[in-house]
Design a protein. Structure first.
Ligand code: MRU
Length: 353
């Protein structure tokens, strides 16, 4: 087993008076720079503009952002403290709508505050910092387990296609879809990775190819419209993506373009896997139609490459995510095992086990 060079996306530095340090992903792959956030608004802006992105990483950022938001709150007035806590959580919750991990992490932080409500406020603040750090550390362990549970799905010598970035950068560490690849490589398996460029913001070419390259895994980048041809040429044996939210019936919201890939995979009889932690499931939603889909600024399409690429007179539509119906999935790989042919019943059984 070899150990790969995998970056830490987000960390809390120091004590309660410290800061949140994150890799500014908008600068990659040309610049590797950390951004230190010392206040909630800076952290929230980092989520909104995708300096930190990817469902589990947004969850960790939300939890740590809440600590930034309450650490200067009143130490003597519980009502005032609670007011600030909820205002901070609401403010962070309004940053991005699709990845459920953000809301999951904020709920967990609020529960932590509630169960410590009898303590002096300074102790509640310390408990919240410990909880945010625990969310980060658990996510790192969860990602490792996802990799271990799924790496055998990658065939020796095969071609693996992925979309967007569901790697270390998108989580606390190690990733979800990419965790399978890291684990497979750590166990000595050889395979070729194909990364969709992932327009409009190029998470595939800028981030996935960058982090796999750092880990010594050679990556072939393709434009999003090339996948069908590669499949037809027999170069793709398996497709693996992450998820931003999974409904109770197994429908999966993930980066725009994922649905198209799933349809293409089905047409070419190629297995299509989603790798995600339990915190990405939203069992309150019966199906994927209920998942809120973020639409982003038309500027991200119109000026996608730092120059004008369409006339201002054109209209734009920019959904950041799409929903793949559960029927297109071969399986969902989680930290607690693999859910084959996911559907409402299988997911219910998985969560009640
Ligand atoms: O808009 P982004 O970059 O936050 O979208 C990220 C994705 O769609 C990822 O595939 C998903 O969050 C899974 S990350 C392990």
């Amino acid at each position: 087993v070899t150990t790969l060079n995998i970056p830490r996306t987000i960390e809390w530095i120091g004590q309660l008076d410290g800061c949140v340090r994150l890799i500014d992903q908008t600068l990659l792959p040309t610049e590797f720079k950390f951004l230190d956030c010392t206040d909630l608004e800076t952290l929230r802006e980092a989520i909104v503009s995708l300096r930190v992105r990817g469902a589990p990483a947004i969850g960790v950022a939300g939890a740590m952002g809440l600590v930034l938001g309450i650490r200067t709150a009143s130490d003597s007035d519980p009502a005032e403290f609670n007011k600030q806590l909820h205002a901070a959580a609401d403010r962070l919750a309004s940053s991005r709508p699709t990845a459920v991990n953000l809301f999951w992490a904020l709920d967990r932080m609020k529960s932590c505050a509630e169960s410590n409500a009898a303590q002096p406020i300074p102790d509640i603040k310390e408990a919240l910092l410990r909880e945010a750090m625990a969310i980060r550390d658990e996510d790192a362990r969860t990602c490792r387990a996802i990799g271990e549970n799924g790496h055998d799905l990658i065939p020796e010598g095969g071609g693996v296609l992925t979309h967007c970035n569901a790697g270390s950068l998108a989580t606390a560490e190690y990733g979800t879809a990419l965790a399978l690849m890291y684990s497979a490589r750590e166990h000595g398996r050889r395979f070729e990775v194909f990364a969709d460029e992932t327009r409009p913001l190029l998470q595939g070419s800028r981030l996935t190819a960058w982090e796999l390259g750092k880990a010594g895994i050679q990556t072939t980048v393709l434009c999003d419209n090339m996948a069908a041809q590669l499949m037809k040429e027999g170069r793709i044996q398996i497709v693996i993506t992450g998820a931003d939210r999974i409904a109770a019936n197994g429908d999966v919201a993930n980066k725009i373009g994922t649905y198209g890939l799933a349809v293409l995979a089905r047409a070419h009889a190629i297995p299509f896997y989603v790798a995600a932690p339990r915190s990405t499931f939203d069992l309150t939603l019966e199906n994927g139609d209920q998942i809120p889909i973020e639409t982003r600024s038309s500027a991200e399409i119109r000026e996608g490459f730092g120059r004008i690429t369409a006339p201002a007179s054109a209209n734009f539509y920019s959904p950041a995510f799409d929903v793949t119906p559960a029927g297109y999935l071969s399986a969902i790989v989680t930290e607690q095992g693999v859910i084959w042919s996911p559907c409402s019943q299988k997911i219910r059984e998985f969560f009640s086990a």
